[in-house]
Design a binder for this molecule. Structure first.
Ligand SMILES: Cc1cc2nc3c(=O)[nH]c(=O)nc-3n(C[C@H](O)[C@H](O)[C@H](O)COP(=O)(O)O)c2cc1C
Length: 208
């Protein structure tokens, strides 16, 4: 007979939820198959807003940082620099968990942060930064924007270095986390706000 009893293991511990969020971010960085590997990052302007999928490249619980890489010429860079707050959205369908993170984003280009991240990138990833025209440049024909010689192959290490000038690391210092778990017995929602004065997170439950 089918068991209609609903699961009883809904979380009750805010600290455990906070730990699980950062753990999931860290797994998302490491595992390309994890749903947190490709969050959506949203920006707002005065009269417009935009959102796009990125690859989560770094999550540092101690520094409260989330980072992705982009082409410094992309429109989103100007939006990230202009707007005070960036919002990240993650969804794990298996756990039915949504996490939203918010904070100010600093764009690192040509500095020590960018150099350290560039050193860890693979040659195939570096290829994106060798596109001749800036991302979002209109084109009369369908085009990858890549130099023709690189359409079918990775750049060599030497060729790839020309891309560094276009490489940017966007680092959000998270000040707010919003966690939602969908459940048949009633959803659960919690929020965590960074308290600068106490140098710690303040967690509280929210009505979903
Ligand atoms: C799975 C996936 C991963 C992506 N990862 C990145 C990324 O890490 N960085 C990036 O700049 N764009 C990434 N993109 C492309 C962006 O979603 C977006 O189309 C592009 O960057 C242009 O955004 P913009 O017009 O806001 O600058 C990714 C797209 C997909 C579908």
């Amino acid at each position: 007979m089918k068991n209609h009893r609903l699961p009883t293991d809904l979380p009750t511990d805010l600290d455990a939820i906070l730990t699980s969020i950062w753990k999931a971010f860290e797994v998302g960085v490491r595992e390309a198959g994890h749903p947190f590997h490709t969050p959506v990052v949203a920006t707002a302007g005065l009269a417009d807003c935009d959102a796009r999928v990125v690859v989560l490249r770094r999550a540092s619980p101690d520094r409260r940082e989330l980072a992705f890489h982009t082409d410094a010429r992309a429109p989103k860079v100007r939006l990230l620099q202009a707007c005070h707050t960036t919002a990240w959205v993650f969804y794990d369908p298996a756990g039915r968990i949504q996490v939203r993170a918010k904070g100010n984003t600093v764009v690192h280009q040509g500095d020590a942060v960018a150099e350290a991240a560039w050193a860890r990138t693979r040659l195939m990833s570096r290829r994106c930064y060798l596109a001749e025209l800036a991302p979002s440049t209109p084109s009369d024909t369908p085009s990858s924007g890549l130099p023709p010689a690189l359409v079918e192959r990775s750049p060599t290490a030497e060729e790839s270095e020309a891309g560094f000038v276009n490489f940017a690391v966007c680092v959000t210092e998270v000040i707010r986390l919003d966690w939602l778990q969908l459940a048949a017995r009633g959803h659960r929602r919690a929020a965590f706000t960074w308290d600068d004065h106490a140098a710690g997170w303040r967690g509280h439950w929210l009505t979903p």
